[in-house]
Design a protein around this ligand. Structure first.
Ligand SMILES: Nc1ncnc2c1ncn2[C@@H]1O[C@H](COP(=O)(O)OP(=O)(O)O)[C@@H](O)[C@H]1O
Ligand SMILES: [Mg+2]
Length: 361
């Protein structure tokens, strides 16, 4: 395999998806989709099922034709290039391996599909298998491998052709949780070491946060926010992003008073304050990340009746009784057995820690 190209996080136009639209049988899946990825970046497309993640991935790979817009890779238009001319590798959710072939044969298939003679495949296959730590399994039939091993084979087959871009569609979804976490770290390290540019499709926020430099949060064919994991968590651009990435207290309310950059909001649990100026009467959703909510009075203070107290090991979650559509959540560090359902507890947080989104008037 070629030595890795230098990583260029500044050049965020290595992949340039420009105003792409796609409809199936007259139903639009996406329109005006813009999506740019830098060389060497690991990016995730995160969103609920049906939001268009796979469709976008397939358009980039050349497996689905866009109705409008263009796709550029390293400055070259590839919009109408056939999939096999793009040198983009795809790892599918199902891995799409041949169960009756050996590991080595499956990996060699990646090369042979691109016209390499069988005889030159040996050293490259050995190298690709070493990369994913599967050298000892070269002659094993794929059907006799565990899920994690099959995933490694699929990755080796994708990388053996030195792709200019690697696309992975829900690559960990067939693995159990423990293995999934191990494979995420392993794959991220491998791709980093090779300065591979890769796009992961996932509906799992922990996975997206764990493997990516940046995450594009998708909703109904639109990217709602494209940012680093910490930006998404700390400053979600919409209530959808706040709900999709991480947990939060969430209160629906109405602005009753607004001065310069501070609003007073009536909620079902009392009055709270949030940053920002709104016309009185505006309906808003207030969010607070659970580790920013303390069990003592602060600028915003609510008295909450606990519905549950969950000791989760590294943290304890206190869930307050809330109206439909609202959530009251506080996390205290470590294992804390001071709380029980039915207890009345103070939840407090600072105004500056409140996220606020307009939901209507
Ligand atoms: N080949 C197809 N024919 C018709 N509808 C499709 C096809 N592929 C995807 N869709 C529709 O497009 C929407 C987006 O699908 P998809 O990109 O697979 O979403 P995701 O991967 O985010 O779950 C869905 O409503 C899906 O039913
Ligand atoms: Mg999908």
């Amino acid at each position: 395999m070629a030595p890795p190209a230098p990583r260029d996080m500044g050049d965020s136009k290595y992949l340039d998806v420009n105003a792409v639209g796609k409809a199936f049988k007259g139903t639009s899946v996406m329109s005006g989709m813009d999506f740019r990825v830098g060389r060497g970046e690991l990016v995730s497309l995160l969103g609920p099922s049906g939001c268009g993640k796979t469709t976008l991935l397939r358009i980039i790979a050349g497996l689905t034709t866009a109705d409008s817009g263009e796709v550029l890779l390293d400055g070259r238009a590839i919009t109408s290039a056939p999939a096999h001319k793009r040198n983009i590798s795809v790892v599918f959710q199902s891995y799409a391996l041949f169960p009756h072939l050996t590991v080595a044969e499956n990996v060699a298939f990646g090369l042979r599909a691109r016209g390499h003679a069988k005889t030159d495949c040996g050293p490259k296959v050995a190298e690709a298998l070493a990369l994913v730590r599967m050298s000892d399994f070269a002659e094993r039939k794929v059907a006799a491998l565990s899920g994690g091993q099959q995933q490694r084979v699929a990755v080796a087959r994708a990388l053996i052709v030195d792709p200019v871009l690697l696309l992975l569609d829900e690559p960990f979804s067939a693995l159990d949780r423990k293995l999934r976490e191990t494979m995420q770290v392993e794959l991220k390290t491998l791709l980093r070491d090779r300065n591979m540019t890769a796009i992961f499709v996932t509906h799992d926020q922990d996975e997206a946060m764990g493997v990516s430099d940046r995450i594009a949060v998708m909703n109904a064919g639109q990217i709602e926010q494209f940012a680093t994991p910490s930006e998404l968590y700390a400053r979600p651009a919409s209530a959808f992003v706040m709900d999709f990435v991480g947990l939060s207290t969430r209160l629906n309310g109405e602005v009753i008073e607004s001065t310069e950059n501070r609003s007073t909001i009536r909620s079902a649990y009392g009055t709270v304050h949030a940053p920002g100026t709104f016309v009185p009467g505006t309906k808003v959703t207030i969010g607070v990340r659970p580790e920013l909510v303390k069990t003592r009075a602060a600028e915003n203070t609510l008295r909450v009746t606990l519905a549950d107290a969950m000791v989760l090991g590294s943290k304890t979650q206190l869930h307050g009784r809330a109206e439909a559509g609202d959530r009251l959540l506080c996390e205290v560090p470590g294992m804390n057995s001071d709380y029980a359902p039915g207890d009345t507890v103070t939840f407090g947080w600072d105004v500056a820690d409140s996220l606020v989104y307009e939901t209507g008037t």
